[in-house]
Design a protein around this ligand. Sequence first.
Ligand code: SF4
Length: 332
Amino acid sequence: MSVTVGIPRALLFYYYYPQWKTFFDHLGVKTLVSRETTRGILEKGIKSTVDEACLPVKLAVGHVLDLYDKVDYIFLPRIVSTARREYICPKFLGFPDIVRNNINNLPPLIDYSMDLYRKGSSLYNLFYTVGRQFTHNPARIFMAYKKSIESLRMHCQEMEAGWLPFEAGGNHNHEHRPQSAGVQDVTIAVIGHPYNIYDRHISMNMVKRLWDYGANVVTADHLPENVFRREAGKLPKQLFWTLNQRMVGAAFYYFDRPEVDGLIHVASFGCGPDSMTGELIERFARQGSRKPLLNLTIDEHTGEAGMVTRLEAFMDMVRWRRQLDDVAATYY
Ligand code: SF4
């Protein structure tokens, strides 16, 4: 009997979907991804979650609701840690419980823990436990796991080559920056959580807008892990939140790159780690860089008009600063 596993298009979907899909495909299990975010999906999530939750968590609940009556299981790994001696935010850890406590008549959740904090912990344990739910053949699970790791590696390589993980039609297609579609005379680094900057509804299509304004866009995901870790290592104390370490390291790196003309930091309202990350990035900008920095905090009430005005003003500032620098370089 064939079963379908639902995968919400939320949180770490933007990093791990290729791996998860490959794993289930090789086990012969069908997957269904929730639709791209709409106002309706977001509103359902808001209604079913406490006010104190951050926007990405409310949205993730909306994506579970988009799936719950269409699938046999929902895949919601309890993500505790994705790297040694680091944690993902506690809201990830508690997310399966948030869902259970707020949604009735759920299909079974596949919510085994992914916890790589301690030496000797293994990702295979998670995949093996999930795989056992669908087959008793350990060799098949192992092969599916190996293929899934390959898929994740390719995904990371594509990101480092400059692709962004947008989706089309439920498949994880990649949409390349349209370098040839027009003149891109400035480069903007967009620094934020993947679930904020790659979700077109939540970000109000920020990346596409920047392309339309003639900007080339780079993100933290275009950098190899060793680069953002090295840059984040400039802080006197290591950040123990993996995603924020990635963001801070990327911001430090891009502030130093001559080809990057400005940075946009996108934060979620109600996110503790983001408020600290924003402060660190801003201090670095004030001390060591002349590059324009725009801090954008988004929540469910953020209006498109306000966002567009701020982006346009920022782009004017970036070009104005660039002209001043070009003039200064001519005369000195
Ligand atoms: S890191 Fe911030 S935005 Fe992300 S889930 Fe945690 S609180 Fe929410």
